[in-house]
Design a protein around this ligand. Structure first.
Ligand SMILES: *Cc1c(COP(=O)(O)O)cnc(C)c1O
Length: 469
């Protein structure tokens, strides 16, 4: 056998061939040349992959197709839209909360040109970016003041740095938790330069434990909501109310890291009770911290609400500058928060709330319609079945969301495994992220907006019915 690499065409020969006219009309010449080199390198490295008959360099049609693929792949953004068919509403790996339309519009308006980000339009002088959203946050949570930083972890780091650096922070041993991807409360305390004064035990901490730990060195009391797990059995935890009393007696600020930031009524969403920022403020916590992109359903942000004097100390700490958000975040957050002025408007306009409150019957109807359409188009091996999703984002660890799914049976797809099918869905355009369960690919419809059912259908037809498209 002769080495097929000896027959590779030259760059010029390829570019001059008539099959390259089209791609040269579409892409700048320099990019086509670079892509040709890439395709040639690939062919040299992997002779089995030669796109055209290597003996027939006069007919390089396969090369033009390959070069086009190289160009299309290079233009595919690293950060791409994906269809979340996992049924996990706040899927951290898939970007947590999709933004409300009102927020997307606000981002467009705020980023297309200049804004009054740090400019006082009344007086004509300098303004502060920290003023944006502050009044809305106060209005919606009943707090005196509010501050927006990069995320809730940043809010906690900033609060502890500004209020407890070089002094001690009292926290229950039952709350020294890890909250996803490298965010551990004890490590944040260490980074903030505050000494950890742990009290109680993993399963039981009572108000007297806190009281016994208070001395000159203590600067703040910290309570962390165990949002992503539950401990059961022989447990006891000091109620927020008790800590409020202690904080008032000792003159120390009480920080409450809440995480999820639910502003709507959980009951109206069919969810069990969950402490909300307004509850923390009403109970008397001095600062309450929560995320913008968990149950609040807005952009990634850390929201700190509470006493005006403490928020002022956070604002003037040098670390605040390093954790600040940009105009796109502020625009998206303001538009999202505005929707909460009316609960109906919030539930209709905020995708996270809409997905959480979609009745299971609506999902069932969509599942059956999709299966009918798929079968009508010649696809087989797909059926509609009930399923279970989750809230996600480290919230409601014990809640499952009744849902409806499409299940793909790999048996019906010519020897491809469930893994193969799931990978093909992930690498398609748009990317579709599904689950695998008992050897089948499962697509949960709760987290797919109905407006994208057509996209989902197209992806599934491409997968199951290769003649399609
Ligand atoms: C999720 C969570 C955080 C971190 O929030 P990010 O906005 O992701 O930084 C902090 N505290 C609690 C209790 C959380 O649940």
């Amino acid at each position: 056998m002769t080495d097929p690499r000896r027959h590779l065409p030259g760059v010029d020969a390829l570019l001059e061939s008539s099959s390259f006219a089209e791609v040269l009309g579409e892409y700048p010449r320099g990019r086509v040349v670079a892509a040709v080199r890439t395709a040639l390198d690939e062919a040299r490295g992997d002779p089995g992959s030669l796109p055209a008959d290597p003996d027939d360099v006069a007919d390089p049609r396969g090369w033009a197709a390959r070069v086009r693929t190289v160009l299309v792949e290079a233009d595919r953004p690293s950060l791409q839209p994906a269809l979340n068919a996992t049924g996990v509403v706040l899927h951290t790996n898939l970007g947590r909360a999709p933004l409300p339309a009102a927020a997307r519009k606000a981002v467009e308006a705020a980023t297309a040109g200049y804004t009054n980000l740090e400019f006082d339009l009344q007086g004509g002088g300098r303004g502060s970016r920290y003023d944006h959203c502050a009044d809305l946050l106060a209005e919606l949570t009943g707090a005196e003041a509010g501050l927006v930083v990069n995320n809730c972890a940043a809010g906690l780091l900033l609060s502890l740095t500004a209020l407890a650096r070089d002094r001690a922070t009292v926290i229950s041993r039952g709350e020294l938790v890890e909250i996803g991807g490298g965010f551990r409360i004890p490590e944040i305390l260490e980074r903030a330069g505050t000494r950890l004064r742990e009290v109680g035990s993993t399963n039981r901490t009572r108000p007297p434990d806190y009281r016994a730990a208070l001395d000159e060195d203590v600067a703040v009391l910290l309570k962390v909501h165990r949002s992503n797990f539950r401990i059961r059995g022989f447990t006891e935890e000091a109620a927020l109310d008790d800590l409020v009393v202690l904080a008032a007696e000792s003159g120390l600020p009480l920080l409450y890291d809440l995480g999820s930031g639910l502003l709507d009524d959980p009951d109206a969403l069919g969810l069990p009770p969950e402490p909300r920022p307004a509850d923390g403020i009403a109970a008397g916590a001095d600062l309450v911290l929560f995320s913008g992109d968990k149950l609040l359903g807005g952009p990634q942000a850390g929201l700190v609400v509470g006493r005006a004097d403490l928020v002022a100390r956070l604002r003037s700490d040098p670390l605040c500058r390093a954790l600040r958000v940009d105009k796109a975040t502020l625009a998206a957050l303001e538009a999202t928060l505005r929707l909460y002025r009316d609960p109906q408007t919030a539930r209709a306009g905020i995708p996270v709330l809409r997905m959480l409150s979609t009745p299971v019957e609506a999902l069932k109807a969509r599942a059956w319609t999709l299966v009918e359409r798929l079968e009508g188009a010649g696809a087989s091996g797909v059926r509609a079945a009930p399923g279970e999703g989750a809230v996600g984002g480290g919230t409601y660890p014990e809640v499952t969301l009744a849902s409806w799914t499409l299940r793909l049976d790999p048996e019906a797809s010519a020897g491809r495994s469930a893994d193969d099918l799931a990978r093909a869905l992930r690498t398609g355009a748009p990317a579709v992220v599904a689950r695998i369960d008992e050897g089948e690919v499962v697509l949960d419809l709760r987290t797919v907006p109905p407006s994208q059912d057509d996209d989902l259908l197209t992806s599934l037809l491409t997968l199951l019915n290769p003649e399609h498209g």
